[in-house]
Design a protein around this ligand. Structure first.
Ligand SMILES: [Fe+2]
Ligand SMILES: [Fe+2]
Length: 148
């Protein structure tokens, strides 16, 4: 599996958890707690593995640098929203609104990655490199998961 497939699969998995969370709107519950924890972990593992493997490889190409920095800033905003959601009581009326803002941010970020960012990686790297990054990405995710 190449890096593009691995990243896209993770994105779908994350969006699916958002769909499940949507059904818990306007009420706090144990289910909502565990879905949010799952979402938080999946995003953290995914973003960190991208930051350890995919983005450093892409950043070696000068023309990709600005796009990489933009992506890393988007990760930063996502983490800020996640930490605010973590602190806020789930029965607070702002919680669901904040989750919607998080989802909008993430959807924007995913479409950037799956669009212009993947296009750049495809242009600059060969199949062997992309497979190699895919292997590193999977290995990194396992290591992060073990320490979360
Ligand atoms: Fe991603
Ligand atoms: Fe990302």
């Amino acid at each position: 599996m190449d890096i593009f497939e691995l990243i896209t699969n993770d994105h779908e998995k994350i969006l699916h958890i958002f769909d499940q969370l949507e059904k818990t709107r306007h009420k706090a519950s144990k289910n909502k707690d565990s879905l949010f924890e799952k979402l938080h972990n999946e995003i953290e593992i995914h973003a960190t593995a991208e930051e350890h493997t995919f983005y450093p490889a892409l950043q070696l190409f000068e023309q990709a640098k600005d796009k990489v920095i933009e992506s890393l800033e988007e990760h930063h905003v996502v983490r800020l929203l996640l930490s605010e959601l973590q602190k806020l009581d789930k029965s607070d009326e702002h919680w669901d609104a904040k989750l919607t803002v998080l989802k909008e941010n993430i959807e924007h970020h995913m479409s950037e990655e799956e669009g212009p960012v993947f296009d750049m990686a495809q242009d600059f790297m060969d199949e062997e490199q992309l497979d190699d990054i895919g292997r590193q990405f999977q290995k990194d995710k396992k290591e992060i998961k073990a320490h979360i």
